[in-house]
Ligand binder design. Structure first.
Ligand code: LMR
Length: 394
């Protein structure tokens, strides 16, 4: 039965970590996987998370099963974080915990198939490398629409809207709620409004992947798109992740949210979601969700968490400016100022695959082949080395 199998290449993102670990060059720079790092290159447990975890360990009394919907307290608080404490949307949405943001996306794929087995899922060109494989594995047809203008390093909104004219009712359009992965180029408020109107006119359903709330402009500002779409459209699908903004990467904590056209639908949506989860993984892991539930249930821990998140966000903005300054001091062949106009962990450096490979082979600088770099991997110790290396391959 196994004879026909062939070894597959390493994952284009996760495989970089393995290669980086094996590299013995003391100057190596890891700009691969989207993980936040401090000045020393560490990814420490956030203080709010450590405190909540301690509390959880001291007070947890059982490890018995939870429901397929996961932790009700977590589900409720995540919906409030996304839509706002007093949003009227809360009454017509249903949120379930999932094994990470990836689990939430798989749930979305399975749910779309239940609603419309012939649906096409439309993704931005480019999008997170795993979106295509993940939704195809769930049995959906995946097509892309114009999104990123490579020449100007920004969203090509006219081309995007022109392409989306062709999307029929019953199809699903996936947008990144903030901090577009891999480009860092986000829609502005006017563009979100125009997109919402188009979705309304055409009747397609948006799916928002929100893996980086708090990493762009702030927790509230980053939720502009989701809030607008949820308030103005009858239906919305949304996935969130606790990997980045709570730093709970390996605990696998995420959520899948459905917004329906009325509160009467919520029970139906909830029963379908629980059935979908039961058929894939039965129930989600509880630990990470419990930690987030504790943090968001405590004013003190929420304030601490928000401060830590603001520090991470601020540091990434500073690193963007620092890298641009260092690159511009070394060369004038290429204008890198677009890096400071982008949000979240990622930007494309805008070099070709051969140059990316030279960075890896000659300088032990690791980034995805597309030239997506994780800005959070830069620090004051490696930025000069990095800028020298980039300048040499330009
Ligand atoms: C990334 O894009 O680097 C992260 O979301 C990690 C992953 O799973 O790919």
């Amino acid at each position: 039965m196994f004879e026909s199998l062939q070894a597959l290449p390493a994952d284009p993102i996760l495989g970089l970590s393995v290669a980086y670990q094996k590299d013995s060059n003391p100057s190596k720079v890891d700009l691969g996987v989207g993980v936040y790092k401090t000045e020393t290159g560490a990814t420490p447990i956030m203080k709010a998370v450590a405190l909540a975890q301690r509390h959880r360990i001291d007070t947890e009394t059982t490890k018995t099963y939870i429901s397929s919907a996961g932790d009700a307290g977590f589900n409720d608080k995540i919906a409030k974080l996304v839509f706002g404490e007093d949003s009227p949307v809360l009454a017509r949405q249903c949120t379930v915990s999932t094994p990470g943001g990836t689990g939430a996306l798989r749930m979305a794929g399975e749910f779309i198939k239940r609603c419309n087995p012939g649906a096409t899922l439309w993704v931005t060109n480019p999008t997170w490398a795993n979106h295509n494989a993940l939704f195809q594995a769930a049995g959906l047809v995946v097509k892309s629409f114009s999104y990123f203008d490579k020449a100007n390093s920004c969203v090509d909104f006219d081309a995007m809207m022109a392409d989306l004219q062709a999307v029929p009712k019953g199809d699903v359009v996936l947008l990144h709620a903030c901090c577009h992965n891999p480009s860092g180029a986000d829609l502005n408020q006017a563009q979100w409004q125009a997109f919402a109107q188009l979705a309304k006119d055409k009747g397609f359903t948006p799916l928002l992947d929100m893996a980086y709330q708090g990493f762009g402009e702030g927790l509230e500002a980053d939720a502009y798109g989701p809030r607008l779409l949820a308030e103005t459209l009858p239906e919305l699908l949304l996935t969130t992740s606790g990997s980045k903004n709570f730093g709970l990467y390996r605990e696998r904590v995420g959520a899948f949210t459905l917004v329906g056209d009325s509160s009467a639908k919520v029970d139906i949506l909830s029963s379908v979601l629980q059935n979908v989860a039961r058929c894939i993984y039965s129930m989600p892991p509880a630990h990470g969700a419990a930690i987030i539930d504790i943090i968001l249930g405590s004013e003190e821990l929420t304030a601490l968490w928000q401060d830590e998140l603001a520090e991470m966000r601020g540091r990434i903005h500073e690193l963007r400016a620092l890298l641009v300054e260092k690159l511009h001091a070394r060369q004038d062949k290429k204008d890198f100022s677009f890096i400071t106009r982008q949000y979240g962990m990622f930007s494309f450096l805008g070099i070709d695959k051969e140059q990316v490979h030279r960075l890896k082979d000659e300088f032990s600088v690791y980034m995805v082949d597309s030239s997506r770099m994780n800005v959070a991997g830069i620090n004051h110790n490696n930025v000069d080395y990095l800028a020298d290396a980039i300048t040499k391959v330009l």
